[in-house]
Design a protein around this ligand. Sequence first.
Ligand code: PDD
Length: 276
Amino acid sequence: ELGYINGRFVGLDELVLPIDERGHQFGDGVYEVIRFYDGKPFMLEEHLERLIRSAKAIKLPVKESLADFTELIISAVEKSEIKNCNVYLQITRGIATRNHLFPDAPVSITMTVRHANPIPNEKREKGVDAITHPDERWANCYIKSLNLLPNILAKQTAFEQGCHEAILIKDGYITEGTSSNVYIVQGGEIITTPLTNQILPGITRMAVKKLASELNIPFVEKHFTTAELMEADEIFITSTTAEVLAIVKVDGNIIGSGTPGEVVTRLHQQFQKMVE
Ligand code: PDD
């Protein structure tokens, strides 16, 4: 496994940043998680477009182009010799004496390349459980920012109840998961929250929208309530690390048949063909 810090490849234990680094002190940065399957990146360009959008949204003066990031990431993965890995790339407003105002410092780019940790087959076959949780995040969740405190608190609460994910609720409507997008299947249609500032535009969501169209399954982007969630035929989540994963129980209520449904199963099969 491999680290990268501002132009240098290092061992993970050497990937150390000073306390006066704005990622630590303010969460003043953005990040991406990109999956490589058998040495090939999955939708790298889309991830990097989102990274550059996130950076722009928080006024990070990033000099690197999409092509520069592509080269950097590909070379890191080659150097790591890990064919199935997750790349974590983080950009912050750099290192400077603590002050809320933007520093006159170069941005800091760090990266790790680690073995992918795929969802175990058993979880995939049986599906996983979730809780609902208030969405306590800020108004700009379309930015993939380092500020994840509400996300990790909700995820930990889910874990302590034996659940895989917390589904976040704002004003009675589902926004997304703590680190995933959320979908229901009702009457043969996939329904998911529309892309607003309240959710992250998932790259896996983009892939699933395309797969649904290939499979002739309607993909409807509209808000849905907690009641609709509970009464859904199927629920699933998507993310770079979970891919397409069935949720079979929410707050102790069994969803549909209590096992992964037909739509999520077909979508995941189709997804696997994409990454083979
Ligand atoms: N999380 N919503 C949130 C809040 C997320 O953090 C993520 C991803 C997603 C799914 O996005 P994508 O399909 O592009 O991975 C949705 C990453 C994996 C993480 O923080 O580890």
